[in-house]
Design a protein around this ligand. Structure first.
Ligand code: Z5A
Length: 241
C-alpha cells in the first residue's frame, strides 16, 4: 500500500508540490574519472552555504542494502551476467529511492546524486547491451517510481584522459585497485561514452553537457550559474501558484 502511495505521488508530481520550492533532484553523470565527485563536493558546499538543506547520495549505495549490493557489483572475483548486473544496480536504486531520495524530496531537501538512471542507460544499455534503451527507460521508471532528475550534469571527457586520472589516483596510493566495472576494458568505455553523448543530445533540456577537460573552477562556475538559474526559475513558478 505504501509503495503504491509513493508511486502515485511521484507519478502525479505531487511530491514536488508537497516539498516546496527547493525540492530538486540533481544528478551527476560521466565515466569514471570524469570529475563527478570533485564537482559534487563543490556544489554541495555552495548549496549548503546558501541555506539549502542538501541530501547527498551515491549510486550504487546510499542505504545499508544498496551498499551491500554495491560490494557485490564491484567485486572483481564475481562473474555477473549483463542482465543480472542490470537487476542488481536497479535493486540498489529502488531501495535508495524509497528509503532516502523520496523522503528527502518530500522534506524539501535538494537531493544531489552521484549517478542515477542515466548510468544504467549508458553502462548496462550502451556498454553491456543488456537490454534496448527504450525498454530500459520504462524499466527505470518502474524502479524509481517515475522520479526524473530536474538537472543532470554530464561531465564529458575523452576515455583515455579519464583513465589516466583514475590510474593516477590508484597509483597515488589510497590502497585501492581497479574494481569489476573499472576492469571492463576500453571498448566498453567507448560505448558508454557514446551512449552518454546520445542521451545528452536527446534530452538537452535536462542534461547539461560540460567539458570535463576544463579546470575544476571553470566547470564549477558553469554548474553554479546553471543552478542559480534553476533555483530562481523554481522559486518563480512556486510564487505563481
Ligand atoms: N554503474 C553502472 O554501471 N550502472 C549504474 O546504474 C550505476 C553505476 C549507478 C560506480 O563507480 C560504478 O558503477 C561505475 C559505473 C557503474 N563504474 N565504473 N567504471 P564508483 O562510484 O566507484 O566511481 P565512479 O562514479 O565511476 O567515479 P569516481 O571514480 O568516483 O570518479 P569521478 O567522481 O568521476 O572523478 P573524481 O574522483 O572527481 O576525479 C578523478 C581524479 O581526477 C581525481 O584525482 C581528481 O582530483 C581529478 N580531477 C577532477 N576534476 C579534474 C579536472 N577538471 N581537471 C583535472 N583533474 C581533475
Amino acid at each position: 500500500m505504501r509503495l503504491l502511495y509513493i508511486d502515485i505521488r511521484w507519478k502525479t508530481g505531487l511530491w514536488r508540490f508537497c516539498a516546496g520550492a527547493r525540492t530538486m533532484l540533481i544528478t551527476f553523470e560521466g565515466v569514471d574519472g570524469s570529475g563527478k565527485s570533485t564537482q559534487i563536493e563543490l556544489l554541495v558546499s555552495r548549496l549548503e552555504s546558501s541555506g539549502h538543506r542538501v541530501t547527498l547520495v551515491r549510486e550504487p549505495g546510499g542505504t545499508a542494502v544498496s551498499e551491500s549490493v554495491r560490494e557485490i557489483l564491484l567485486d572483481k572475483t564475481h562473474r555477473i551476467t549483463p542482465f543480472a548486473e542490470l537487476l542488481l544496480f536497479s535493486a540498489a536504486r529502488a531501495q535508495l529511492c524509497e528509503e532516502v531520495i523520496g523522503p528527502a524530496l518530500a522534506q524539501g531537501h535538494v537531493v544531489v546524486c552521484d549517478r542515477f538512471t542515466d548510468s544504467t542507460l549508458a553502462y548496462q544499455g550502451g556498454g553491456r547491451g543488456a537490454a534496448p534503451i527504450s525498454w530500459l527507460r520504462s524499466f527505470n521508471e518502474r524502479v524509481t517510481g517515475g522520479l526524473v532528475p530536474d538537472r543532470t550534469y554530464y561531465l564529458a571527457i575523452d576515455i583515455q584522459l579519464a583513465r589516466r586520472r583514475s590510474t593516477a589516483r590508484l597509483v597515488g596510493g589510497d590502497g585501492e585497485s581497479e574494481d569489476r566495472m573499472e576492469a571492463s576494458g576500453e571498448a566498453f568505455f567507448k560505448r558508454v561514452a557514446a551512449a552518454y553523448d546520445e542521451l545528452a543530445t536527446e534530452e538537452p533540456d535536462r542534461i547539461l553537457r560540460l567539458d570535463a577537460t576544463l579546470g575544476v573552477d571553470a566547470i564549477h562556475a558553469q554548474i553554479r550559474d546553471d543552478m542559480a538559474a534553476l533555483v530562481a526559475a523554481r522559486n518563480r513558478s512556486t510564487a505563481r501558484r
